[in-house]
Every structure is written in structure tokens, then in C-alpha cells.
Design a binder for this molecule. Structure first.
Ligand code: DP6
Length: 360
């Protein structure tokens, strides 16, 4: 797939604004992205629910630089405090996007950002954070090229977000976004996320995601290192193939609203993700004893009540509990009464599926 369509045309307008702000949500994958090659190209297609409450708000301010050199000029402020530790990642990101958004070297940037979720929650902020920043940068480009279509804006913003965080390219729209080419999904691309294009049963409307914060500690393995361990992994080829097959199955599950099949597929994907970590070289375990306790309790609750509640996992110990909107009250009670004790400081977040980023 060619990336030339994302190289800028000549800018027709001068930039007159001084800042732009976006709020962009996190997302939770149903079919997981784990393994990449080249510059942020996924080894398999993935699909996620966009979240609603868990989001990053970013204000990007800029002034024209007097003197331009090879370095980018930027400052990251998180919750009002300067965080130089986050800046190298943004320098790397700017290096990856400069040929698509060449003005990044012409301005001095201040990136003021805050997350709706607590920082020490172990919730990855890279998807929401990088997608919010990508949208702010694209808004600058749109001001200089006002004839840009809405479709091009969205595709390129997702393409740019991908270069910062793979899963970030799935955060711009909602409620379901596919990233990675799949023969049965029209318009799907390795380069950017696309809104899931087919019919979705109403049982998935306002689907719920309760995030149980099991461990807020620093992850022992970053996602980049984890992705890289899929190179030369004994089960990599079959895993990538399985994700393709699972996405095909999910198309009919989403259409018919077959929640038994949904539960089986989503839990299997989560456990497969962690199975890849358990069987890589070097191997690692991101689940904690309380992750397993929660899984066990969810299975027992599902058996007893027949409510189609299921879990999924990210690259960490936290558990995302997914369930239909109509079961919300009962499942919230179950979480408060039975699962919160497995969470660090009894903390959890009740979220649901959302519709994507918004300009502020
Ligand atoms: C386990 O998007 O964080 O959450 O591309 O290196 O930024 P980078 O990785 P990242 O990987 C997320 C992996 C995952 C599964 C998923 O969201 O699909």
C-alpha cells in the first residue's frame, strides 16, 4: 500500500491560530494486535471497541521558530507539570512523521496533556495520547490546506497516530474500528484504522467495559519489546493466521448478536495474547494472581446467572469486563461486591463503548 497520498500537497493558507485541542479515547481490542514489522505495520488485523470515559485531552500550542535546526523543539506538560521524561518518545514520533507533516520542524511546540484516568492505573495512555496529538497536528495541516476532505483528514490522522502507537490508530472513531488488511473487510488497511463497515446487532449498542485496576506498577516489558518478541516466535505464524480467521468469525457474531460465541472468541483472544508472552524467548508473565482470581469469579458468575459477561486483557494485569448494557446494574453490583477486592486500592472504572475523538 502506497503512503504517497499522505505526503502533503502545497499549503495554500498561512497558519494563524496559536493552539488546538482534542480529546481522544482509549480503546480495547477484541482481536489483538501483537507483532509488527517495518514502521508500525501490524502482522495481523485487529478490531477494538472505542471507549468513552477513558481519554486523553491535549492542547497543542505552537510558535514559529526563529532558527530551524535538525532538532525538534517541544515540551510536554502532564497535568500542569513539565515531564521531560516523555519528550524522547515525541521526538521519535516527530522523526517518523516529518515527511508527512513537514511543518513539525518549523514550530516550537508545547503539548499540555491530561488523562481522565489516574496515571498510576496501569491503563496505557499511549493510544489516547498519541491519537490526540496526531489529531492536533492534523488540525494544523487542515488550517493550511482547508480544501482537505473529511475522509482524508480522518485517514491521515489515523495513519499519523499509528506511527506513534499502533493501537492509537484505532482511537479516532467508534464504536468499532478495524486496523490491518482483511480480505472480508472493505476498506481495511495496514496503514490506518477504519470504522467497522458492516451491520452490528443492537445488543452491542452501548456495550459496557468495566476496567478492574489490578496492578498499577510499571510493566516489566514494554509493548514495543513484547511486539518484537513475536519475531522468531515458535507460534507466530499460526497466531497471525488465527487472528485473520477470528476476525472472519466475528463478522457474523457482530451481525447476529450471538453473545455465547462472542464471549468464547473474546476470551480466547485475550488468553492467546498472554500465551504468546508465556511462550516467547525470553518469556514473561504480565497477569497477576488477582487477574486469575477475577477470571475465575467471572466464569462462576456467568455459569450461575447466565449473564454473558466476559473478560479481555491488554498487555498488563488489569482486567476489562465486557457485558451488554441491559445487564449493567447487576454486573456493576457483582463488580462492587465480589471483584473490587482483587483491585489495587479497590479501584475500577465503569466505561462503555464511545464514538471517538472530539475537537475541543
Ligand atoms: C496488547 O499499540 O501499545 O494492547 O505500536 O508499540 O505502540 P505500539 O504498541 P501498542 O500495542 C498494543 C497491544 C495490545 C493489543 C491491542 O491493543 O490490539
Amino acid at each position: 500500500m502506497t503512503t504517497t497520498k499522505f505526503h502533503p500537497e502545497v499549503y495554500t493558507q498561512a497558519l494563524t491560530s496559536k493552539s488546538v485541542s482534542y480529546a481522544s479515547p482509549s480503546n480495547i481490542a477484541l482481536i489483538k494486535y501483537w507483532g509488527k514489522h517495518g514502521v508500525q505495520i501490524p502482522k495481523n488485523p485487529s478490531i477494538s471497541f472505542t471507549l468513552d470515559t477513558c481519554k486523553t485531552t491535549t492542547k497543542l500550542s505552537y510558535i514559529k521558530r526563529e532558527e530551524i535546526n535538525d532538532e525538534y523543539e517541544l515540551k510536554v506538560i502532564l497535568d500542569g507539570k513539565h515531564k521531560p521524561g516523555f519528550e524522547p518518545k515525541i521526538h521519535q514520533f516527530f522523526g517518523r512523521i516529518e515527511s508527512y507533516l513537514p511543518f513539525v520542524k518549523d514550530y516550537a511546540f508545547t503539548i499540555e496533556t491530561s488523562n481522565s484516568f489516574p496515571h498510576s492505573s496501569g491503563i496505557a495512555s499511549s493510544a489516547s495520547g498519541l491519537s490526540a496529538l496526531a489529531l492536533c497536528l492534523m488540525e494544523m495541516e487542515r488550517e493550511m490546506q482547508p480544501e482537505m476532505t473529511f475522509k482524508h483528514f480522518n485517514q491521515k490522522a489515523s495513519f499519523i497516530a499509528r506511527l506513534g502507537s499502533g493501537s492509537g490508530c484505532r482511537s479516532l472513531e467508534g464504536p468499532l474500528v478495524v486496523w490491518g488488511e482483511h480480505a472480508e473487510i472493505k476498506g481495511s488497511s495496514d496503514m490506518y484504522g477504519v470504522q467497522y463497515p458492516y451491520e452490528v446487532h443492537p445488543v452491542f449498542d452501548n456495550y459496557q467495559d468495566a476496567i478492574l485496576l489490578v496492578d498499577k506498577g510499571e510493566k516489566p516489558v514494554s509493548s514495543t519489546v513484547g511486539h518484537n518478541l513475536m519475531h522468531n516466535h515458535a507460534y507466530a505464524a499460526s497466531r497471525f493466521e488465527q487472528a485473520v480467521v477470528n476476525l472472519s468469525s466475528l463478522i457474523s457474531i457482530l451481525e447476529t448478536g450471538d453473545l455465547d460465541a462472542f464471549v468464547r472468541l473474546v476470551e480466547s483472544e485475550a488468553l492467546t495474547l498472554h500465551a504468546m508472552m508465556l511462550t516467547s524467548n525470553p518469556y514473561f508473565i504480565l497477569m497477576k494472581p488477582n487477574t486469575l482470581q477475577i477470571i475465575d469469579e467471572i466464569w462462576e458468575y456467568r455459569r450461575e446467572t447466565g449473564i454473558p459477561v466476559c473478560f479481555t486483557l491488554d498487555a498488563g494485569a488489569n482486567v476489562h469486563v465486557l457485558f451488554p448494557d441491559k445487564d449493567k446494574e447487576q454486573v456493576h453490583e457483582f463488580i462492587k461486591n465480589d471483584l473490587s477486592k482483587y483491585c489495587q486500592d479497590n479501584r475500577y472504572i465503569f466505561d462503555s463503548v464511545g464514538s471517538g475523538a472530539i475537537k475541543l
